[in-house]
Ligand binder design. Structure first.
Ligand code: BGP
Length: 473
């Protein structure tokens, strides 16, 4: 007999400030690195940016009303650091704080638990210019000051907090692939920036304990469980390498407050290891999380990679199926398409069993509760003449992943909740507005006076039933 979802399970949906808010310079907000980066030609699909996004900043009441209609139990959103500190530090901008206060109050008035992400990539540009953002240890104090400001203001009302969103994915793009700001391709700088981010993450978690002792905090990790391409021992080794370098390097450091030693030894040999100063590991140990947040979209399958082999490359940003190149690290591993699973138009493996496998792996290694902070299907959607969106493919995707959650719970995983990505359609960082994830369609036709209007998709009604039945549907 399979276990039911717990009664207090956080049935949620998620978003991020830059992807929904718009109002990029409203009420004293300073520019983020994304505001500046997206102005450079060729950075994003068709030059899309978040200046207007879905205008959630001005329409949040309408959006929260839709969440309430849907019966959402939790809503994960992020705070935009440059809205609170336009130049990254100093005195807070009261208008910025007031916006999030109104959002949080509106959610709570409807019994929706706010899940607040402190950092979802929109670094104040001023800090990038001043000292190179995540490459300088100076960011640790500025990040702590920003976070403590939020702990003090909202700690009484918000009990679920996410520290860094996808440090692994964001910094890989920012410092290895060169596809997120500051668009660097240098593995030494990549590991150095990660070291600073680990220290900042642990520092704010330690501060959180002092300011919000009854709250829960953890990072959100972009988790792609690895598969070996075959039972060839050489490929199994490549798979193990990928697990260590793409998953446990981050998760182990977060959860144990200590770098995995095997990986560190390898990086010392290649000269890529970060500079670890005396006292750094004590900081990491003092700031381990209450839970592991995972953003699960897909598994990745790995094979060996000759020393002169493929290196990291760009992703498929167009939605033209089959255009993702293999990527990896010479000498360690590289990706291969998995012939046994279907993929989305952006070549992401659709693999609900992989979610169950991943939940079990993390649960047994780290022995912490898990919160699914993102999971969803990016697809082209069509708005019909009679204002409907028949997204049965999304319902199918979500249903199978929610089933995998239930299987994980039956396997003994302590699963706190499930936040689907996303509530409304939003901006996809590199893939523009055509890659849609929401339960609520956002029409983008600037010649139509009803531009940016919200339309409930079929998946909206379906998820409402799932939540109402406690996941029985
Ligand atoms: C995660 C991010 C989200 C979101 C999601 C979908 O990496 O945390 O912000 O964008 O992925 O990815 P994409 O927009 O590339 O399809």
């Amino acid at each position: 007999e399979r276990k039911p979802f717990p009664a207090d399970f956080l049935w949620g949906a998620a978003s991020a400030a830059y992807q929904v808010e718009g109002a990029w310079d409203a009420d004293g907000k300073g520019p983020s690195v994304w505001d500046i980066f997206t102005r450079e030609p060729g950075r994003t699909f068709q030059g899309s940016n978040g200046e207007v996004a879905v205008d959630h900043y001005h329409r949040f009441e309408e959006d929260v009303a839709l969440m309430a209609e849907m019966g959402l139990k939790a809503y994960r959103f992020s705070v935009s650091w440059p809205r609170i500190f336009p130049t990254g530090r100093g005195a807070p901008n009261e208008a910025g704080l007031a916006f999030y206060e109104r959002l949080i109050d509106a959610l709570r008035a409807h019994g929706i638990e706010p899940v607040l992400t402190l950092y979802h990539w929109d670094l104040p540009q001023a800090l990038q210019d001043e000292y190179g953002g995540w490459e300088s240890r100076r960011i640790i104090a500025d990040f702590e000051h920003y976070c403590v400001t939020l702990f003090q203001r909202f700690g009484g009302k918000v009990k679920w907090w996410v520290s860094l969103n996808e440090q692994n994915y964001n910094l890989t793009n920012a410092y290895q692939l060169g596809t997120h700001p500051p668009a660097v391709q240098d593995r030494k700088r990549f590991f150095a920036a990660n070291h600073v981010a680990f220290l900042a993450n642990a520092t704010v978690i330690a501060a959180f304990r002092r300011h919000v002792p009854d709250g829960h905090i953890g990072p959100s990790f972009a988790y792609s469980p690895a598969y070996p391409a075959s039972c060839d021992p050489a490929e199994l080794l490549a798979f193990e390498n990928a697990e260590e370098f793409t998953n446990h390097w981050w998760l182990g450091t977060y959860c144990f407050g200590r770098y995995p030693r095997g990986t560190l030894a390898w990086l010392r040999e290649t000269g890529e290891a970060p500079e670890i100063m005396p006292g750094d590991e004590a900081i990491l140990r003092a700031g381990t999380p209450d839970f592991v947040g995972i953003n699960y979209y897909q598994t990745l399958t790995y094979t060996t990679n000759a020393l002169d082999g493929v290196t990291m490359q760009r992703i498929n940003t167009t939605g033209e199926k089959g255009t993702t190149p293999s990527s990896g690290v010479p000498g360690l591993y590289r990706t291969l398409p998995n012939p046994r699973v279907e993929t989305t138009n952006w070549d992401w493996a659709i693999d609900p069993v992989g979610l169950r496998i991943g939940l079990r792996r993390l649960s047994s290694r780290y022995a912490l509760p898990i919160l699914i902070t993102e999971n969803g299907l990016g697809e082209f959607d069509t708005l019909t003449e009679d204002e409907r969106v028949h997204d049965d493919y999304r319902i199918d995707y979500l249903r199978r992943h929610i089933e995998a959650c239930r299987d994980g719970i039956s396997d003994g995983v302590q699963l706190l909740g499930y936040c689907a990505w996303s509530f409304t359609d939003i901006l996809s960082w590199l893939n523009g507005y055509q890659k849609r994830y929401g339960f609520v369609y956002v029409d983008r036709d600037e010649h139509d006076p009803r531009d940016l209007r919200r339309v409930r998709k079929d998946s909206f009604y379906w998820y409402r039933r799932v939540i109402a039945s406690g996941g029985v549907d």
